[in-house]
Design a binder for this molecule. Structure first.
Ligand SMILES: [Fe+2]
Ligand SMILES: [Fe+2]
Length: 370
């Protein structure tokens, strides 16, 4: 079914055109790659998987409760609007929120694919081009999976959120080759990763859990790539150049914090924009969620060497400064382990089923023979 038939709101023109600037760069040195980057490229090739096969699409999903979200976690919970809603309304609200969230993941994945392709084009070194080519493929697979989940299971799609679109535009329009890394790999992906993780760890629904766990397994490589490439490059920049990057990060973080309200959904339920904004600002659950969303960005920014006074102060003001101390390597290792454990559990369960079927068949065979 055309996605245009599933949009909750009109997404406008079928194409969004961002004019490209900057150079396409070739490299004639084919044998001087950095070992760590080439190892990551090898891993990127080895760990490709196919979402059509690895994910169990036969699992049913209730479109009116796709994630098993508890009532208290809904923005409207405890307001007069909630009290007026019927069970049916609440189901629709859940569907819209899940659709909004996964639609942002979907558009973000398309953005990640385009940024990864841009990096292939513009980054000077061949080892980084090679790696980014595998990431382009990873992001294509992710977009494919989220699109299928939205089409088949949630059956409703939201247009890209204004703030996400604006950050994506800034990221792509910039001619400095490191900015797609910073905007996409560090900010947008860091944020998405935290959001994926919170849903992966709280949902009791098996299909979205599989999707998120497997996608996160790939994202661990993407973040590692951004960190490696930027850490090397930022060591050579002047203070003034570093401060420019920090400004970009501060602005991006503000945009991303405001992105996460889902105000569009509440507006679709007849709540005026100003009130919708106020309700989302007040929701205790959303406040916590918004802070946790920075759990992957802050340590990453610190790690690549963007840790000037203004940036530190911005994080203090946002209440996320302490997150700079969390251990990114540990988080990434856990993401990989969770996906592998999920595979092991699923295959063990299938194996038990298969054994039970064989035993059943043997028993039947015996009774026929007897
Ligand atoms: Fe992705
Ligand atoms: Fe990614």
């Amino acid at each position: 079914m055309p996605t245009y038939d599933l949009y909750a709101n009109d997404p406008g023109d079928p194409h969004w055109q961002v004019p490209a600037s900057g150079a396409a760069r070739f490299s004639w040195e084919y044998d001087e790659g950095r070992d760590r980057l080439l190892a990551l490229y090898q891993k990127g090739k080895d760990k490709q998987w196919d979402g059509q096969k690895r994910i169990d699409w036969d699992l049913e999903v209730d479109p009116y409760d796709p994630l098993g979200t508890p009532e208290e976690a809904m923005t409207l919970y405890g307001t007069r609007h909630w009290d007026r809603m019927t069970e049916r309304d609440k189901g629709e609200l859940r569907q819209h929120f899940a659709s909004w969230q996964f639609s942002q993941f979907l558009h973000g994945e398309q953005g990640a694919m385009i940024c990864a392709a841009r990096i292939v084009e513009s980054v000077p070194d061949l080892d980084a081009k090679f790696y980014s080519a595998t990431q382009t493929m990873d992001e294509a697979r992710h977009a494919e999976i989220y699109a299928r989940f939205l089409h088949e299971k949630i059956q409703l799609v939201y247009p890209i959120n204004d703030n996400l679109q604006s950050l994506l535009g800034d990221t792509l329009r910039d001619s400095r080759w490191d900015v797609p890394y910073l905007g996409m790999q560090v900010l947008i992906e860091g944020l998405a990763l935290a959001a994926f993780g919170m849903i992966r760890d709280t949902t009791d629904k098996p299909l979205p859990k599989q999707i998120l766990a497997y996608v996160m397994q790939d994202e661990a490589r993407h973040v590692a790539f951004g960190r490696m490439a930027l850490r090397d490059y930022y060591k050579q920049l002047t203070d003034a150049e570093l401060r420019e990057r920090e400004e970009f990060v501060i602005e991006g973080c503000h945009l991303m914090r405001d992105r996460l309200r889902g105000v569009e959904v509440l507006e679709n339920f007849g709540i005026p924009r100003a009130e919708a904004e106020e309700l989302s600002e007040r929701s205790e659950f959303l406040q916590l969620f918004r802070q946790l969303l920075f759990s992957r960005i802050v340590p990453c920014v610190k790690d690549i060497g963007l840790w000037g006074k203004r940036l530190q102060q911005a994080y203090v003001d946002m209440g996320v400064f302490e997150m700079g101390n969390s251990n990114l390597d540990l988080l990434m290792a856990q993401d990989e382990e969770i996906a592998e454990k999920l595979d092991a559990e699923r295959f063990a369960a299938e194996e038990r089923e298969r054994v039970a079927e064989v035993e059943e068949a043997i028993k039947e065979g015996r009774s026929l023979a007897g």
